[in-house]
Design a protein around this ligand. Structure first.
Ligand code: SF4
Length: 198
């Protein structure tokens, strides 16, 4: 990677990005965390307003649920040398006409993800949280629905493990799909513990 920017320089470039500023109601504020030593990568969707305000990813109820799924305390979850957090869109995209958050800006992942991923040589497991991360990283290998993609999680191991978004809006989904808590979560926790050396 001689002549290529370091991860530190790349993160500096990302934090200065304004590529889709005209579409961002609160303006650019990229939220991304990465350290070259990290063995676990979490690819989510895009910041909500609370994360936009704090600049801390998963600093909300969805994050609490995700940490519970992973059985990670906040100190471990926010240790950049252990967990890299790289959403599909780094900036808050605004709300759609139904009041839900808009999808991640489509410009973002193609512009930045490959370069970040190339600077994370120790990643042993990538969690794909939600349909946008699954579409980008699994491509044609993903199933016809998010539920079927998550249900087929074993097909994508050992590199990738797809998850639903841990939004509280998905509580009914979790009730409808008991295999998630009974089968997937124990496997997820075991794999996360193994890559983090716990
Ligand atoms: S969402 Fe991504 S591409 Fe758009 S301004 Fe933020 S960092 Fe740049």
């Amino acid at each position: 990677m001689s002549g290529e920017p370091s991860l530190t320089e790349l993160l500096r470039q990302i934090r200065a990005c304004r590529l889709c500023a005209e579409h961002l109601p609160l303006g650019p504020r990229p939220v991304v965390r990465a350290n070259a030593a990290a063995p676990l990568l979490i690819v989510g969707q895009a910041p909500g307003t609370r994360v936009h305000e704090s600049g801390i990813p998963w600093n909300d109820r969805s994050g609490d649920r995700l940490r519970d799924w992973l059985q990670l305390d906040r100190a471990t979850f926010y240790d950049e040398s252990r967990v890299a957090i790289v959403p599909m869109g780094f900036c808050y995209p605004g709300v759609d006409r139904n009041g839900g958050d808009k999808p991640p800006r489509r410009e973002c992942a193609p512009l930045w993800h490959e370069a970040i991923r190339a600077r994370l040589p120790h990643v042993a497991l990538t969690l794909l949280v939600g349909q946008y991360a699954q579409a980008h990283y699994l491509g044609a290998a993903r199933k016809s629905t998010m539920t079927e993609t998550v249900r087929a999680w074993r097909d994508f191991l050992p590199d990738f493990l797809p998850l639903p978004h841990p939004s509280w809006r998905n509580t009914a989904w979790l009730k409808r799909n008991p295999w998630f808590a009974e089968d997937l979560l124990p496997d997820l926790r075991r794999r996360v513990g193994a890559v983090l050396g716990r």
